[in-house]
Ligand binder design. Structure first.
Ligand SMILES: [Zn+2]
Length: 211
């Protein structure tokens, strides 16, 4: 094991010890409740793997409240194509856990969106290249990065609607979808719904619609 790996594991273990000695004791009843009751998350949030996104903190969610899937570029391949992992998450969240809402959340300064803007074939990253093909059409007509990020969120919401569980939930009126863009630097979250038809700031006076 290299020093770097050792240091990384030590950092993680330090974090676990802080959790166990400082965080857990203050919230032990919440954790004990969560562990002894079936999970009933109200929403599924699909966001990017980017290490700067702390989606539980951003949404004020406690353990048990949101089901989360993360991948490079917050991508949802069309049903039956290349994304069995994400398809299983969507199916399980909607059919078994009966979440009422699915969010696709993109973000500012996304490396995946930058790669798409540059043509979607990053050097030396064949798996990423294959994965990004699921977002390629968001880069059509070469939009600026903020617009591309929004277009990708809307594209993935379209893909989401090819999944049988989503189709069924929408048809029966038991499921809603929204698309978000989270701005890491400002904390703004702009939300797009089929009703609004545009990305709107969550907090009045913040996050003017980009692009
Ligand atoms: Zn990202």
């Amino acid at each position: 094991m290299s020093n770097t790996e050792q240091n990384s594991l030590d950092r993680l273990k330090d974090g676990i010890r802080r959790f166990q000695t400082e965080v857990y004791p203050q919230h032990s009843s919440e954790y004990e409740y969560a562990a002894t009751h079936p999970q009933t998350p109200h929403s599924l949030v699909i966001t990017c793997s980017d290490s700067r996104i702390d989606i539980e903190t951003v949404t004020g969610s406690k353990p048990g409240e949101i089901f989360v899937a993360r991948n490079v570029g917050n991508i949802v391949p069309e049903y039956g194509t290349s994304g069995d992992g994400i398809a299983a998450v969507v199916e399980y969240a909607i059919t078994a856990l009966k979440v009422k809402h699915v969010v696709v959340c993109g973000h500012s300064d996304c490396g995946a969106m930058k790669a798409l803007k540059a043509g979607g074939k990053p050097d030396g990253l064949p798996a990423v290249t294959n994965w990004l093909a699921n977002g390629a059409s968001a880069g059509d007509s070469n939009p600026e990065l903020p617009a591309l990020t929004e277009k990708n969120v809307l594209l993935q919401l379209e893909h989401l609607q090819t999944h049988p569980a989503v189709k069924k939930g929408l048809a029966e009126g038991t499921l809603e979808l929204s698309g978000w863009v989270y701005d890491i630097a400002t904390g703004d979250v702009r939300v797009h719904t089929s009703q609004s038809g545009k990305f709107e700031a969550t907090l009045q006076g913040k996050g003017a619609t980009a692009a």
